[in-house]
Design a protein around this ligand. Structure first.
Ligand code: GTP
Length: 595
């Protein structure tokens, strides 16, 4: 059986532990790409990935490995992202694999995300090969890392391999171990076609390209195919594998990983996690597919020019490629037509925005991000609010609940004091401190909104990059929250409203109006900027006029009825003019940065 010589596996690890570097080394050592062609980190090929130095998308490549017994094996390697915001990508790759390489960085040891990934692999009944990386580094602590792996996971000393993904030392043993312990894919070529769609991609010329793992049957260009969930039928235009670039092979069979060019142009007709089968001889039961991802951070995305149609297309196509990115249409008084988008975290938001700009050439205006609130009204009704605009008037609100998460922070002992200060300032509730080798493990419960904003960056900066964290959603809890509305020139700006904790409101509001004073474009007359909370103005600053304007000075003098009338009319005129207030992204950033 030719499938005896196929192995499908993923590389999983905490962020920066060296997955992409190992994938590169494997490609080089199997002569998949020549050293000359191997740009640093071949698989991190998107612009945003190179710039941030992180993996955002899972990648697939097929390599041929000549084992020590002389047998040639076909390896399908799936590289996965390490950052928590992209863990959905990891689960997708694991559904297409029989085994994983679990990498642990010897300079950092076992981290929160190492354990989380280990558990996902266990749940998927995958064979796990634990590998300690960066043995070449002067900061490597091999003994301690080995000890942590044995203590915190179910491994013996002889299971563990030692490598430097950078120099290639030890990688040959990893390649050999893969064919020895990971099982070949099960499944029969004779049965009807059953393939899992584990990724999607839109090509402007070829339409939707589906990345698939065949579990049963075979695939060639003769067959008419159908996606089971959407019932979209098509005749394949091209079938092939990743080397790592797409290479047409004309066919694929059970156990293999590859791609299929569908020619379908309507992205809504194809769904991630769907099962692909043949129209003439379909399977009865689809594959289990994926759990839907749950957005934790929401923000409005608007085109910053008038090319709405291009913007909409870009959103649709990007969502096809990143199924953890959610969107629905929304309308803003100030910004017009746009989308309310859901993300797995702030880094995810930032990456999506950059991808829209770089890959699709549209410019994006982003409103302040927020989490999803559960509002219980006095009349007994309940609503979920992920857009501050939909927050009901405060007099109707009985109470509000916000999401709480459990945060596990792993860090060297000397940073514990600073870390505790940081977490407490973010409303963290301490509940556990333990030690593992030289590392301290802190556990807190924290409002998800406090983690969502720039908590990760702060955590990194106070620990010189050593602290790592793992976040798990816990529950919704009652909190004292209010909605802050921003008025510019007496006009409520819907897109600037946000929800925050009452205890932070005065501080935040006074800082905000000061900042807005300097970022809102000036007009010929002064414009007040006010923050309104529960019907009261709690902070105000005036955006100074472009030029000194005699007509509006002397406002403080007492005035006659006639004068007052004139002033009101004048004010109405100003209100009308304020509808042409144009706010640059800078203004939204001001709120975004307030956190
Ligand atoms: P994400 O995909 O973003 O989670 O990162 P990653 O796990 O793919 O890590 P990556 O391969 O990007 O490596 C992270 C950093 O570690 C890079 O600066 C690499 O050059 C470095 N690195 C990787 N392997 C080794 C190694 O064996 N030795 C040393 N000294 N450095 C390494």
């Amino acid at each position: 059986n030719k499938h005896d010589y196929i192995r499908n596996f993923s590389i999983i690890a905490h962020i920066d532990h060296g997955k992409s570097t190992l994938a590169d080394r494997i490609m080089e050592m199997t002569q998949t790409v020549s050293k000359r062609d191997l740009k640093d980190q071949m698989l991190d090929s998107m612009d945003v990935e190179r710039e941030h130095g992180i993996t955002v998308k899972s990648r697939t490549v097929r390599v041929f490995y000549q084992a020590r017994n002389g047998q040639e094996y076909k390896y399908n390697l799936l590289d996965t992202p390490g950052h928590v915001d992209f863990s959905y990508e990891v689960s997708k790759s694991l559904a297409a694999s029989e085994g994983v390489i679990l990498l642990v960085d010897a300079t950092q040891g076992v981290q929160a995300q190492t354990i989380a990934n280990y558990q996902i692999a266990k749940e998927n009944h995958l064979v796990i090969i634990p590998v300690i990386n960066k043995m070449d580094s002067p900061n490597a602590n091999m003994d301690q890392t080995r000890q942590q792996i044995i203590e915190s996971m179910d491994f013996n000393e002889q299971d563990i391999l030692y490598i430097s993904a950078k120099t290639g030392q030890g990688v040959a043993d990893v390649l050999e171990r893969i064919q020895a312990v990971i099982s070949p894919p099960a499944g029969s070529v004779e049965k009807p076609l059953k393939a899992l769609v584990f990724d999607l991609h839109y090509d402007p010329y070829k339409g939707v390209i589906a990345y698939i793992r065949l579990f049963e049957g075979s695939l060639d260009k003769e067959k008419t195919l159908v996606f089971m969930a959407t019932q979209a039928g098509f005749e394949p235009i091209e079938i092939g594998v990743f080397l790592p670039h797409m290479q047409s092979t004309g066919s694929l069979s059970a156990g293999e990983v590859g791609y299929i060019v569908t020619g379908l142009k309507e992205v809504q007709r194809v769904k991630l996690g769907d099962t692909l089968t043949s129209s003439a001889d379909p399977v009865q039961e689809p594959l289990p597919g994926y759990k839907e991802s749950k957005s934790t951070v929401f923000a409005g995305f608007y085109p910053s020019d008038d090319r709405y149609k291009d913007f909409e297309n870009a959103i649709h196509r990007l969502a096809l490629n990143d199924s953890s990115f959610r969107y629905e249409e929304e309308q803003s008084d100030l910004l017009g037509k746009g989308f309310r988008c859901g993300f797995l975290g702030m880094l995810h938001l930032q990456i999506i925005r950059e991808r829209l700009e770089k890959e699709y050439g549209v410019t994006v205006l982003t409103t302040a991000p927020n989490v999803s609130y559960h509002v219980i009204m006095k009349n007994g009704k309940e609503l979920w609010v992920n857009n501050p605009v939909n927050y009901p008037p405060f007099v109707q609100v009985e109470r509000v609940e916000e999401p709480f998460s459990e945060v596990t922070i792993t860090l060297p002992e000397e940073y514990i004091g600073d870390m505790m200060k940081l977490v407490t300032s973010r409303k963290g509730i301490f509940y556990d401190l333990s030690y593992q080798s030289n590392q301290a493990i802190l556990k807190y419960e924290m409002p998800a909104s406090e983690i969502a904003y720039d908590f990760f960056d702060q955590l990194k900066s106070i620990s010189r990059g050593y602290a790592t964290m793992d976040v798990k959603y816990k529950e919704y809890r009652t909190a004292d929250l209010v909605k802050a509305e921003i008025l510019v020139n007496y006009l409520q700006i819907d897109a600037l409203a946000f929800i925050l904790h009452r205890e932070d409101v005065y501080h935040t509001a006074s800082e905000l109006v000061l900042k807005l004073k300097h970022t809102i474009p000036r007009k010929l007359y002064p414009m007040p900027v006010q923050v309104l909370v529960e019907g009261k103005v709690i902070a105000r600053e005036d955006v100074p006029p472009l030029r000194k304007n005699a007509a509006v000075s002397g406002e403080k003098k007492s005035i006659s009825k006639k004068q007052a009338l004139l002033r009101r009319q004048n004010m109405n005129k100003r209100k009308m003019e304020s509808s042409d207030i144009r706010l640059p992204q800078e203004v939204f950033n001001t709120i975004l940065e307030m956190g």
